[in-house]
Design a protein around this ligand. Structure first.
Ligand SMILES: Nc1ncnc2c1ncn2[C@@H]1O[C@H](COP(=O)(O)OP(=O)(O)OP(=O)(O)O)[C@@H](O)[C@H]1O
Ligand SMILES: [Mg+2]
Length: 358
């Protein structure tokens, strides 16, 4: 008799990359990007109609590119989108999710060919009802059971920080800040700002262009360079970027520009931290200040931890910031744990509720 296997997947559908962690041991990530061949030649080059992830990024000149989660689209705010744009984003997001589920299946050893894929999807802290519905649209038919959870909550859950902690998840499209106090966070416990990694790239790009109008740059080059060098620390050596000037590579000093760009997201983050602490029960405020957790790709900016601590010391009297070890997988790891911890009854209940709603 064939046995039904359940695969639990923690899924972080990030603006810049999608990350999965599964209980069959598969852990993987791809850039959140989908490409469609532009013409018959590119169709022949790829030998398929859809290209997902790294391959799409590499060959983006030959493809029509969609980044379905850019600026939080699908997950955060779909305002101002036409129905056609919305449907396209949903379709692209579905292709990414399907790609990830296939990766999860490849790594699995099944006793039979019957299995159920359960997933917890990470969404920005303040994803509206509409965006939760969008995520359910993305998952329909690809995951058998799905639960949408807030991104910083999944990070906290994965680290076992269910109480007395404030999570700052610095992604590409959003910074999500969330306080944990022993229950599932509500809207009041969370703040989302849109000045995150992509914003840093934009500021850095403009500052370089202003200082060196003759250099030839793309946002992608600037992003890669930032990821290797991001710092706001006052110590350290000068930072030079190698850029083409009239086709010839030249080295240019961008130390101040990079620091200024990395700093540009700090004021909104600390305002958010301050707001969530000040509006909390005064008896528990010190617990939050003790345990500020920096997560997400943007948390790797050197000196950021100290910058936030200094600011908290000044405005709130005290602050201890901890940078997590695995910023790339923290959201997916936590989502997986949540997925496994949810009792079967919960999934059954969810399924009957969703099938009524959808
Ligand atoms: N070493 C680094 N230093 C600074 N920034 C970095 C570094 N590595 C990655 N980043 C930035 O982190 C961001 C991506 O982080 P992450 O993968 O957590 O975001 P995401 O989950 O895709 O986005 P979101 O949570 O907004 O949907 C990008 O802006 C990227 O450039
Ligand atoms: Mg993220």
């Amino acid at each position: 008799m064939s046995k039904i296997n359940i695969v639990n997947m923690g899924i972080d559908l990030g603006t810049s990359r999608t990350v999965i962690a599964c209980d069959n041991g598969v852990r993987a990530f791809v850039p959140s990007i989908v490409g469609f061949p532009k013409d018959a030649v590119s169709q022949k080059l790829f030998g398929k109609n859809v290209v997902v992830g790294e391959e799409a990024l590499k060959h983006r000149m030959a493809l029509n590119i969609i980044r379905p989660f850019e600026r939080g689209v699908v997950k955060f705010s779909d305002e101002g989108m036409t129905d056609e744009e919305y449907n396209k984003s949903i379709e692209a997001a579905r292709l990414i999710l399907e790609h990830m589920v296939n990766i999860a299946k490849e790594g699995a050893i099944y006793e039979s060919d019957q299995f159920i894929v359960r997933g917890v999807l990470g969404a920005p802290a303040l994803a509206s009802i509409k965006n939760k519905k969008a995520l359910l649209d993305v998952a329909r038919g690809i995951l058998d059971d799905v639960l949408v959870a807030s991104e910083p909550f999944t990070v906290a859950y994965g680290l076992g920080l269910l109480t007395n902690a404030l999570i700052i998840d610095i992604g590409a499209g959003t910074v999500d800040i969330c306080r944990m106090h022993g229950v599932i966070p509500t809207e009041e416990d969370q703040i989302t700002t849109t000045k995150a990694g992509d914003y840093v790239d934009g500021v850095f790009f403009n500052l370089i262009k202003k200082k060196y109008p003759d250099v030839n740059l793309t946002l992608n080059m600037v992003k890669r360079f930032k990821e290797e060098n991001a710092t706001i620390s006052e110590h350290g050596e000068k930072i030079y970027i190698e850029v083409p000037v009239k086709g010839k590579p030249e080295r240019r000093d961008v130390t101040e520009e990079l620091k200024q760009a990395c700093r540009s997201i700090v004021p909104d983050i600390v305002k958010g931290v301050e707001g969530l602490i000040a509006s909390f029960d005064p008896e528990f405020q010190s617990g939050l200040k003790e345990n500020v957790i920096l997560a997400g790709g943007g948390s790797q900016i050197i000196g950021l931890k100290k910058e936030i601590e200094d600011y908290m010391n000044k405005t709130l009297g005290y602050g201890r910031v901890i940078k997590i070890e695995e910023p790339l997988f923290a959201g997916a790891n936590g989502a997986l744990l949540l997925c496994k911890d949810m009792p079967d009854e919960y999934w059954h209940e969810l399924k009957s509720r969703d099938s009524k709603k959808l």
